[in-house]
Ligand binder design. Structure first.
Ligand code: FAD
Length: 304
């Protein structure tokens, strides 16, 4: 039976994994191999991102339906307001309800096209901010609704203070939990968490963590998130990077070590959940989880 993430969080820290809808048969096979392997770790839930265009959107819904129908996993489905009227949004939400999906991450989305930082234009019959989507989802059915959080502030926000004010207002529109943008410094997450708590908001903020497995991913992370990658970390990845397989293995090992250390710090600090970005591959996520189970220091020993 599908579980509500709100209820899962009440029982203790959650562990969850993020996937994206595949393109083509090879991508489909890769996704399902990773999902089945990671299913063995019995995660609290798994999420599926929502694409910018028609076919990937159908892909999101198809993957979510299959997870709900054929696996033991609890799906969280990302949904964005981009290029959707409220009528279409209601249809998508209804389809999710029919499939037994109970958890939705309500996002405004970025403008379609190559530049995610381009000007955002709402659909004339759609919603303008994620907070409105939260309300819409609750009006359609019995869902546990999550929202996005930005430890380094949303790139469009003028400053941290106004960003936290908007975030708290979004939570008060009916969010049951939040999931962060990926970040690499625990202090950014802790500052957001403390500022949100100081405003009297107790919505659990699940931390998004990505094990970097090759140096090229860093440029992509910067492009998609609109955030800077910590300079010192980027320099350490660059120093390890090279053409030899041994160099690539060293980059990967460092990425897993960084993600393990960050995750361990967050758990020690009382984060309510960890959400690992898998890139539709199981290995690095499995290694981070194994290191966490083995306890503090294990990752460093593995790499040595
Ligand atoms: P909002 O909460 O609406 O905020 C957008 C901006 O508007 C912010 O700067 C905010 O401060 C400001 N704002 C909010 N309310 C008001 C108001 N009332 N008045 C003035 N300003 C306001 N994108 C995808 O396309 N597909 C995905 O699957 C996806 N998954 C994601 C998962 C996570 C965990 C995260 C963190 C992001 C994800 N994104 C995804 C990216 C996300 O859609 C973008 O970052 C988007 O720009 C912000 O969405 P939001 O829901 O935070 O927007």
């Amino acid at each position: 039976r599908a579980q509500s993430i709100g209820n899962l969080l009440a029982k203790g820290p959650t562990l969850s994994f993020e996937f994206f809808p595949p393109k083509g048969p090879d991508g489909e096979a890769q996704l399902w191999t990773a999902l089945r392997e990671l299913e063995q770790l019995a995660p609290s839930f798994v999420s599926v991102t929502y694409g910018a265009g028609g076919s990937t959107r159908d892909g999101t819904l198809a993957v979510a339906e299959r997870i709900a129908g054929e696996t033991t996993l609890t799906p969280l489905v990302h949904l964005t307001a981009v290029e959707h009227s409220t009528t279409e949004l209601r249809q998508v939400i209804g389809r999710l309800a029919d499939a037994g999906v109970r958890n939705v991450l309500a996002l405004r989305g970025d403008p379609p096209g190559a530049d995610p930082q381009a000007e955002w234009v709402a659909h004339p019959e759609g919603v303008r901010y994620a907070a409105e989507l939260v309300e819409l989802i609750h009006s359609v059915g019995d869902f546990s609704v999550g929202v996005a959080a930005f430890p380094e502030k949303h790139p469009r926000s003028a400053d941290l203070r106004s960003d936290v004010d908007r975030f708290v207002a979004k939570c008060r529109s009916g969010a049951d939990f939040a999931v962060t943008q990926i970040f690499f410094r625990a202090e950014d997450y802790l500052r957001l968490r403390d500022e949100v708590a100081a405003r009297g908001c107790d919505v659990p903020i699940i931390a998004g963590v990505m094990p970097v497995t090759n140096a090229r991913q860093i440029a992509r992370i910067v492009q998609l998130s609109g955030q800077a990658f910590p300079t010192e970390l980027a320099a350490r990845f660059a120093a390890l990077d090279g053409d030899r397989p041994a160099d690539q293995a060293a980059v990967r090992a460092f990425g897993v070590e960084m993600a393990t250390e960050l995750s361990q710090t967050l758990l020690d600090e009382g984060a309510p959940g960890l959400h690992l970005i898998t890139m539709n591959r199981a290995a690095a996520t499995r290694e981070v989880c194994a290191n966490l189970l083995a306890g503090p220091g294990a990752a460093t020993e593995d790499v040595a």
